[in-house]
Design a protein around this ligand. Sequence first.
Ligand code: FAD
Length: 526
Amino acid sequence: MSIAGQLRPCHINNNNSLPSHLLGHSIATRLRFDRHSISAAASDFGRLVKYPPPAAVFRPSRPSDIAALLRLSHSSPQQQPPFTVAARGRGHSTRGQALAPGGVVIDMSSLGGGIAVSPEGMYVDAGGEKMWYEVLRETVRYGLTPRSWTDYLYLTVGGTLSNGGVSGQAFLHGPQITNVYELDVVTGLTPWCKGELLTCSEGLNPKLFFAVLGGLGQFGVITRARIALERAPKRVRWMRLMYTEFEKFGKDQEMLISNKHEAAAEHGDAEWEAALEWRLSYVEGSLLMEHSLRSNWRSSFFSDGDLARLKHLAFLNQGRIYCLEASYYYYSHAPARMEKDVEELLEKLSFTAGFAFANDVSYVDFLNRVHEGEVKLRGLGLWDVPHPWLNLFVPKSNMTDFHAGVFKAIMMHNKFMGPILVYPTSRSKWDERMSAVVPDEDVFYSVGILLSSADDWESLEKQNIEILQLCDRLGMKIKQYLPHYRNREDWMKHFGEKWERFAAMKRRYDPKAILSPGQRIFAQRI
Ligand code: FAD
């Protein structure tokens, strides 16, 4: 299948109607058929796909409701395919991954799973439906915090753990999926598991545990996650350093993440935390385009005066500059110590003189930084628009070609709005046993081309296709993050060596391909 076919909005037909045995069951009172519920569950943040709507929306109040729903799907009358079921966190997917055309969408927000912090165990038990912002708000009351984040916190625990969960902390702590001790999962109905809630971890039902993490919702519904915590810093020195040369920008980012990497290898994690606590805790670079400096959910950091200077710098540099965003968390240290550490660190970096910016903010405000941008964009009517986002993991060895071919050539005349993230992370922080796939290289870049357009998203899609074709032509070993493919062959290529295991886990935990049909990986079998 050609790459050109991958990213077009697609139409799938699945006109299952719900069987009468479901409607007669006691959990039927949790089904919603009204127009408002159905239309809310029929689209997502991307606003790109046009699938048939679900037949119903299910509002469970406890995991056993979800188990009952899955059992009923499996016991559909013969000759009738089981109805499909998709858990929907907040529907922040962009290509229909949380939709269930003709099936049942589980509105996870009704679950009411709670958030329980264990200061002794240094973990938090959070319902799969909880948003990360809610988890943060609760854990900081105990002076604790999860270690690894996404940029935006209004995503759900179950939704990001089904993908990966990456941000500027991933180089240090790994993605969110490697910061989980235990899960409760409602699986499909198989001879091995009877559509019940299973607890899994590295030591208990490990196959399910590793399959579900990054498993794109294919093996079960996460109803609880036990997430690792660390001590929460009070404040953050949040810096943005500007570069006009991509090579220097990349080199500095790689140096910042490798410090941690080498130190971790040398000392072991615990010792290293203590010894290097003062170093940067977050590194996340981005490409800034001259035309997109203002209407962007990452621009609230800068004053109007700063933005004018940046625009001029970009203008002098063919319309683009590079921004190294780095944060220093203060734990117990006095601000004077922080100032000294930051000063020493900045001396080692090669950003453009006079273009270092800094803000001091509370830890919570730092983590919740995208929300301010969201409010601003909502006010401008620029939030609920099509989002043909492209997220890629690009091996470090391909970045020079990627920069020349994509940022300098294909995107040369790009006029779309939105952030373009470009930052390195370390493969050693990922866990091979999990379903998530990353390039086979020690350091790879997370590239998020997060552009949007109210009226010309088709051009953006064409640009995405061009980018993927270029990567293919140049033989780059990239992997899509939040992947989207239209046929089995491309999914097999995506998973590579992990495909056999992924397919075997599907046969084991959801053999009738009921779960998360919007990912379009497995066809339904009766
Ligand atoms: P949904 O979109 O509702 O679901 C995603 C998939 O997971 C679907 O297949 C669904 O069926 C399945 N699913 C949902 N809940 C469960 C569950 N409990 N159990 C099993 N399967 C489930 N991602 C990052 O990694 N880093 C970022 O910095 C980041 N920033 C973002 C910023 C914005 C503004 C947006 C819109 C998205 C961002 N994302 C980021 C992407 C985000 O991780 C995905 O959208 C992800 O799908 C989470 O969204 P959600 O919780 O709404 O899940």
